[in-house]
Write a protein that binds this ligand. Structure first.
Ligand SMILES: NC(=O)c1ccc[n+]([C@@H]2O[C@H](COP(=O)([O-])OP(=O)(O)OC[C@H]3O[C@@H](n4cnc5c(N)ncnc54)[C@H](O)[C@@H]3O)[C@@H](O)[C@H]2O)c1
Ligand SMILES: [Zn+2]
Length: 355
């Protein structure tokens, strides 16, 4: 198997696929940093850190896992450790973990001494496919996700799918959801591969991630500030994000990717009803999505609350709800205004499909 397969060169950094973590050690040796810090949560410290070879004087910063710790208090812990261990402008922070670690670590690095270098080593499928491109870093504040942050790029991203072996299945499926979205908006023939991905199949994972990341790269780099085509990446997220926010308040929260699967099902129905997306294609993609996540949920009786979350969503400029919908597989359109009654019917359809 070749060492460097299909790396992705972005305007500011390179995303390198590796099969052997020795390549990270080699890169660190040649990079000449004054000190090295690794940010890991308790899970990635246990499962992923032992797979790395790091210089002896590396400082480990361990934080508690989960979105609820993606906040200012944890940043203070990170900045404190950097200061106490005399990090300077030539220090490097390695973010070893999922999107929570890379978002928060990137933000802490971007703001410490007005910016030190950081690299990302994503360890979840979601982070590999979604959080590695786009330069978004940040934390949650006052119950609002990602509301404090900065655009900042890592100096390099190393993607090694070997890390995925210890990830739990729910989080693996959550990552598949974003990859399926990439396929639906740009490369529909890629959808079947995404559906059948397995955690142990490193070679297929690398290949599928390359396709997915190239889609995100093309879209992101042609619209850095989310004025137009970058909106395509929000497919499934208008309904999905609202359902995710609603269930976050309950004792049975959904993972982001699970909510995006539900969002894509509802938005496929809207695409069929409003933009003429074919019924046969809708049926096939809905069946595919249900094959990876299906849970009977009472969505319709909470439609008022779910609609209220949609109206508050930062993606909507006025009180009308705008969607990214598909005219055909691979042919998205943005800023499609959808009425409340059509959204309610989409939620009806979704509930029926889940039952
Ligand atoms: N910056 C971006 O462009 C971007 C894009 C998408 C998502 N995000 C952010 O990413 C976050 C979600 O990412 P996530 O799903 O990776 O969440 P996460 O970082 O919370 O990881 C999910 C869980 O898996 C555990 N874990 C991670 N890697 C593991 C491994 N290899 N083995 C065993 N356990 C492991 C973690 O400890 C955690 O419990 C959200 O905060 C979201 O806002 C950012
Ligand atoms: Zn998403």
């Amino acid at each position: 198997m070749s060492d460097f397969t299909s790396n992705i060169t972005l305007s500011k950094y390179e995303l390198v696929f590796i099969y052997d973590n020795k390549q990270i050690a080699q890169w660190l040796n040649s990079a000449n940093y004054s000190s090295i810090f690794v940010l890991a949560d308790n899970n990635t410290r246990k499962h992923c850190l032992p797979l790395l070879e790091l210089p002896q004087n590396t400082t480990i910063i361990e934080i508690p896992e989960g979105e609820k710790h993606k906040n200012l208090n944890t940043c203070i812990q990170i900045w404190d450790t950097l200061l106490n261990h005399k990090a300077d402008r030539k220090s490097l922070l390695i973010n070893l973990g999922g999107g929570v670690v890379s978002d928060m670590g990137g933000f802490c690095a971007a703001t410490f001494k007005r910016g030190i270098d950081f690299i990302n080593i994503p360890t979840t499928l979601l982070a590999m496919t979604d959080a590695t491109i786009g330069g978004k870093t940040g934390i949650d504040f006052n119950n609002t996700k990602n509301i404090i942050g900065a655009f900042a790029s890592p100096v390099r991203v190393f993607v090694n799918t070997l890390f995925l072996k210890t990830l739990d299945k729910r989080h693996f499926t959550s990552g598949k959801a974003e990859m399926y979205k990439h396929a639906l908006i740009a490369l529909p023939q890629h959808a079947a591969t995404v559906l059948n991905l397995e955690q142990n199949d490193t070679a297929t994972l690398h290949k599928a991630l390359t396709e997915s990341l190239n889609i995100k790269k093309q879209i992101t780099e042609s619209d850095l500030y989310e004025q137009n085509v970058r909106k395509y990446l929000n497919f499934g997220h208008t309904i999905g994000h609202a359902i995710e926010s609603f269930y976050l308040e309950t004792n049975t929260p959904l993972l982001h990717g699970e909510a995006v699967i539900l969002g894509m099902i509802g938005e496929l129905w809207l695409s069929h009803t409003l933009l003429g997306f074919s019924e046969a294609a809708m049926d096939m993609h809905v069946k595919n999505l249900l094959s990876i996540f299906r849970k009977p949920l009472k969505i319709r009786e909470h439609s008022d609350e779910i609609l209220a979350y949609m109206a508050n969503d930062k993606k909507n400029q006025t009180d009308s709800i705008r969607f990214v919908l598909l005219a055909q597989p691979g042919k998205p359109e943005f800023d499609i205004e959808v009425s409340k009654s059509d959204i309610e019917q989409a939620l009806d359809y979704l509930e029926k499909m889940l039952s």
